[in-house]
Design a protein. Sequence first.
Length: 117
Amino acid sequence: VQLQASGGGLVQAGGSLRLSCAASGRTFSPYGMGWFRQAPAKEREFVAAINWSSGNTNYADSVKGRTTISRDNAKNTVYLQMNSLKPEDTAVYYCATYRVSGRYDYWGQGTQVTVSS
């Protein structure tokens, strides 16, 4: 499985971005997919996740109410719609698949999000 993240960029505070993560591979049937982010000199942190079959979602408190994760099963793609962006949202955003055990296994290459104040 290969994951290709895209959609990052430079945006002013208060703006919006939509990240995409397209999966390819002979067999793609994850239990779920998630987004993580890593800011400079900080540890990687969880942002949001979605169950691939049910569509149930989970969000970090820091983005709850401003962010929506969704998926398109037919396109093997997961999205992260981020609104009301803040400078502290600046980070490299990574997508990943996770198993029923909760372990994340396949990771994308990351896409940079920079929010200017």
